[in-house]
Every structure is written in structure tokens, then in C-alpha cells.
Design a protein around this ligand. Structure first.
Ligand code: FES
Ligand SMILES: [Fe+2]
Length: 468
């Protein structure tokens, strides 16, 4: 996909100061050449219209999304290492639909509609390990993990069942960078078409050389777009995550958008180890100290003194290269300071947010958890580099959280941040129901919230109403 021409002028794309520069300024002065994908810019002007609130609350709008997006689009179901052995399987539920994803061989996977073809019971209720077959709990009809109907009682009584007629119905499955994507639409094009150019950006950052050290899934009392939008901009940091401001220059975030017909991805790059413009009393060295503490998993006031050789962004990045190389055996020497420190987050339509670089090696997915506009799942994986020449270990056990369960006791510091985000999401959902009729919709910043606007452009495009 060709990069879209930058249409918003520089002065409308964030601002920086000497102590709190924009990412674009940092990329010009980094101690090593910044990777080509991080120097690409694409900030088209995609408008400034309000976003109608009913897109978050209307059951009819949700049903349109089910029929035209969730039944038609490539979507992430899981990581490969979450089903590491033959017969390991999981249930992928989205918007009232249900699919079985199973490892059928050392390097092969299949996905099926999760329905027993006798009388329609959901065939598999929960994830499992090492299955040789799937047996329906109602009348014992049994399928192999390849989907063939293997056995059922009273065969003499079912003349309609012929060879192959009642095999499980497969859906499309493809893999990218350790993630398993499915697509219920058997007429859909290949995943490579849907990826657009995002695979080019990740070519030098292979996520299949990583494994999920943890995977947490939380039910959120909000529309899936409300939840995801909380992660598509850095504008909320000042109010929602004030503890981050001493070492995260959120006002200098770069936002990029790429669209090609029905495919789109976007990105934000937020500078780290430099203070926010909004953290007025923080010095450049304070920001380094703060990030040093964070990278060591400590609070700033608990952190050991900064080593003498760490005095700026470049030396902090160099320390991190060494620490990560020691941990993984991988070579980090050619990677930029930005790759070591900054928060580089991508989004691929409709709901997948993989991060790039060691700043925050995460991935998120958001989807309706039921046939409702009002609730969703948020999935988050922490992806750790596998040591060179070592096999990818199995994933950490899935942590499932209800809507009132906090993240923090399970995943520590990252959980504190998610809990702060989750404090807003259900309240946004409640507020959306109160949106005044005389205001045409939610107000978005033209640049800082442009990734949210791109999400809505794409949803509307898939619903058959491409914005003019
Ligand atoms: S509904 Fe599954 S065996 Fe009868
Ligand atoms: Fe946040």
C-alpha cells in the first residue's frame, strides 16, 4: 500500500519544545538511524465531522456490524502458542458467534463453526488440551479434530447423513507473526490483502519470535469501539494517567493513517524518556530517572540511583540494548533508541492493535463479547522475545476477568494503567446514551484523535456507506 500523502501541515500535527520534543524531532536526532518504517509519515486530512453517538449504543447498528464485519472480516482469534500441542483447542466467541480453533498438527491449524450438526447444540463449551475428537455433550455425536464426522449412535435411524454431509463447517484460517486469524466468509480474499502494508512495517520486528508471557481478557461494560478508542490516542494521558507525564511526551505523539479501499491501518508513536509538556517541573534528567525506574519495574521513589553512565535518552537506550541482549541472546545493537524506548502502537481494521519495539511489547484485541452493543472483551497479550535458537514456549495461562475485577493484581504496573483506562470506558458508554439530540455527535480532535476517525470511516465503509 502506498503511503498516503501528508495533508495536514506540520503546525497541525502536535507541538514540541526543547525539553519535550515531538517524535518527528526526536527521529531526526536519535543516536542511531531510526528504522525506515518509523520515519514514514502519513497524516491525511480525513475531515472533522462529529461521530454520531448511536454508533456506540444502537442494537441495529451493532447488528449491521455483525452481518457485515464480524461475519466477513479477518480477525485475530488467538496466538499460536496458546494451543501449543496437537489437539489443543479454544473457543473464539465474537458478537454472539462462536468458532473452534484447533491445532491439527505440529504446524497446522483449523477453525470450525462451533455447532453440533445433529440438533444444533454448541459443540465445544470451553478451551481444552490434547483432544483427539470433539464429542457433543447432548447425544454424543463425535467429530475428529480435522472436522470429519467420526461416529454417532443409532446410525440406522439417520438416512439423511451421508459420507461427508455432516462434517464440521470450516472457516478460513491464516497465520501472521504468531497470531491466528480467522474469517467466517469463505469468499473472502487472502489475509495478505487485508494486511495492506502493516506487514511491511513489521518485517524488521517479527512477532513470531515472541511468546505471550501473559494473556488477560476482561469483560468491559462498553461498546467495543468505546474500549478500543481509549487506546487509539495519547490525548487522555494528561488526565487519565498523570503518573506517566514525567517520562512520556504525549503531546509530541505522531499519528499516521494508511487506507487502501477496504483495508486500513494506523499508528501512534509516543516519545518516552522525555517529559510531557504538561509536566511543568520535570527536568530532562528526571524523565530519564523515571523511565529507568519504569523499565526496572519500580516506582520512581523506589528506584535505585541512576547509574553514572546513564544520563540521557541515548545512554538509557544503550543500557536497555545490553540488558535485553543478555536476557534473550538476540542482537539489539542496530536498533534505534526509539525502538528501545518509545510507545509504537499500530491498529489494523477492525480491532487488532499490535505494538512494535521494546517500549511496550503488547498486543490488544477488542470485540463484542455477546450479541449486544453494550459490552465487549478486551484481550491483551504481553509478548516477550524468545531467546535465539530456542523454541517458542507455550503461552502463559489465560487470565479471565469479569467487569468488576481489576487488572493490577494479575499483571502489575501494566494493570494499573489498564485499570485507569477501564475507569472511563463504562462511564463513556453510560454517557453516550445521554448524548443531546441537538449536537450531531462526539467531538474528535482533528489530528490527535484521527485514528478514531479512521476506525469509523472503515466501519462505515464495511457497512456499505463509504464516507465521501
Ligand atoms: S445436539 Fe449434539 S449430539 Fe445431539
Ligand atoms: Fe490509557
Amino acid at each position: 500500500m502506498a503511503a498516503t500523502k501528508c495533508a495536514l501541515p506540520e503546525e497541525l500535527r502536535g507541538f514540541g519544545t526543547e525539553i519535550s520534543p515531538t517524535f518527528r524531532a526526536i527521529a531526526r536526532t536519535d543516536s542511531k538511524p531510526v528504522e525506515a518504517c518509523l520515519t514514514e509519515e502519513s497524516a491525511p486530512d480525513i475531515g472533522n465531522e462529529p461521530i454520531p453517538a448511536h454508533r456506540y449504543t444502537s442494537y441495529e447498528y451493532h447488528r449491521e456490524e455483525v452481518e457485515k464485519i464480524w461475519k466477513k472480516c479477518w480477525q485475530v482469534a488467538c496466538r499460536e502458542e496458546e494451543i501449543p500441542a496437537v489437539g489443543d483447542h479454544l473457543v473464539y466467541n465474537v458478537a454472539g458467534l462462536s468458532y473452534i480453533v484447533v491445532r491439527t498438527g505440529e504446524d497446522s491449524f483449523k477453525a470450525f463453526k462451533n455447532v453440533c450438526l445433529h440438533r444444533g447444540r454448541r459443540l465445544v463449551d470451553s478451551s481444552g488440551c490434547g483432544a483427539s475428537h470433539f464429542k457433543c455433550p447432548y447425544h454424543a455425536w463425535t467429530w475428529s479434530i480435522e472436522g470429519d464426522l467420526a461416529w454417532f449412535p443409532g446410525k440406522w435411524d439417520f438416512p439423511a447423513v451421508k459420507d461427508g454431509s455432516h462434517d464440521l463447517r470450516g472457516v478460513k484460517l491464516e497465520r501472521w507473526n504468531g497470531f491466528i486469524f480467522i474469517n467466517p466468509d469463505l469468499e473472502a480474499g487472502p489475509l495478505s490483502e487485508h494486511l495492506g502494508g502493516i506487514d511491511r512495517h513489521f518485517a524488521t520486528w517479527p512477532l513470531d519470535k515472541r511468546f505471550a508471557i501473559w494473556h488477560v481478557r476482561k469483560t468491559i461494560r462498553s461498546n467495543w469501539k468505546v474500549a478500543m478508542e481509549a487506546f487509539l490516542e495519547g490525548y487522555h494521558l494528561m488526565m487519565t494517567h498523570p503518573q506517566a507525564l514525567p517520562s512520556v511526551a504525549e503531546q509530541g505523539t505522531q499519528y499516521d493513517l494508511w487506507q487502501d479501499g477496504k483495508t486500513a491501518f494506523s499508528r501512534s508513536i509516543t516519545p518516552a524518556a522525555v517529559p510531557s509538556y504538561h509536566s511543568k517541573d520535570t527536568t530532562a534528567l528526571d524523565a530519564i530517572k523515571d523511565m529507568w525506574a519504569l523499565l526496572n519495574g519500580l516506582r520512581m521513589d523506589d528506584a535505585p540511583p541512576l547509574p553514572e553512565n546513564i544520563k540521557d535518552r541515548a545512554s538509557l537506550a544503550e543500557w536497555r540494548r545490553g540488558a535485553l541482549a543478555q536476557m534473550t541472546g538476540a542482537d539489539y545493537s542496530g536498533l534505534s533508541d526509539a525502538m528501545m524506548l518509545d510507545s509504537v502502537q499500530y491498529w489494523l481494521f477492525p480491532n487488532f492493535c499490535p505494538w512494535l519495539g521494546e517500549g511496550l511489547p503488547l498486543a490488544y484485541v477488542f470485540r463484542p463479547d455477546a450479541d449486544s452493543a453494550e459490552t465487549c472483551y478486551m484481550d491483551a497479550w504481553m509478548l516477550i522475545r524468545v531467546p535465539d535458537n530456542a523454541p517458542r514456549p507455550p503461552a502463559g495461562k489465560l487470565i479471565e476477568l469479569g467487569p468488576d475485577d481489576p487488572f493490577e493484581p494479575h499483571i502489575g504496573a501494566m494493570g494499573t494503567i489498564f485499570d485507569q483506562d477501564d475507569f472511563n470506558m463504562p462511564m463513556v458508554q453510560i454517557g453516550m446514551h445521554m448524548w443531546p439530540d441537538e449536537l450531531p455527535g462526539v467531538t474528535l480532535g482533528r489530528y490527535q484523535e484521527s485514528r478514531i476517525r479512521m476506525l469509523h470511516r472503515m466501519v462505515e465503509t464495511w457497512l456499505g456507506r463509504p464516507p465521501g
